[in-house]
Design a protein around this ligand. Sequence first.
Ligand code: AMP
Ligand code: ZN
Length: 216
Amino acid sequence: MRIILMGPPGVGKGTQAVTLESHLNVPHVSTGDIFRALLRTEDPIGIEVRKYLDHGLLVPDELTNQVVTTRFREQDVHKGFIFDGYPRNVFQAESFDKFLKEHNWTIDAVVNIAAPDEDIIKRLSGRRVCPTCGKTYHLESNKPKVDTLCDVDQTPLIQREDDKPETIKKRLAIYHDQTKPLIEYYSKQGLVITIDGTGTIEKTHDLTIKALGEIK
Ligand code: AMP
Ligand code: ZN
């Protein structure tokens, strides 16, 4: 299956993608995770993208498309994928469509996880992340087992620079302005399934699985 997860930042795309990954047995590809992994290395691209990530701005399209193309050199995504955080604007969607066409691939569904801005602000401000392995938590709805330490490697969790209140507002504005038009873009291709993302992680997961089962 080839799926694109859409929805505002912090709606839980990443969390859903992880459970969907094992359910559908196709890899989860998050451009945000790829960029954050680059930040943790000395890679020159990491230095270049930090200024965008820390300020909640989109990384330039050329660079983003390049990172996606590089990811496709790995074979695992050839059997299917769950994209999370890409495409992020109409230019990226058009480039991605072209890329898919060249490979004779089609998207099965665009899963649009929806939640109002008030929910998003609450969720993003409670989000914490492990600087070592990248696993995300939430101070209320998805707490680590011990204090604020990562369950996997016991590293103290931190708040992402771009989850600070001023940056959240900017990211939401970019979402409304640039990413939301993609719902219309993919609706024209008959691909959009909208899921209520305001419930628990499990509830959203169940709704997603049910909706995907119906398109198979
Ligand atoms: P995310 O984890 O999806 O919220 O992504 C975190 C940050 O990575 C975003 O705020 C952007 O700076 C950058 N990023 C991730 N995906 C993209 C994309 N498709 N296009 C441009 N920038 C992106
Ligand atoms: Zn960790």
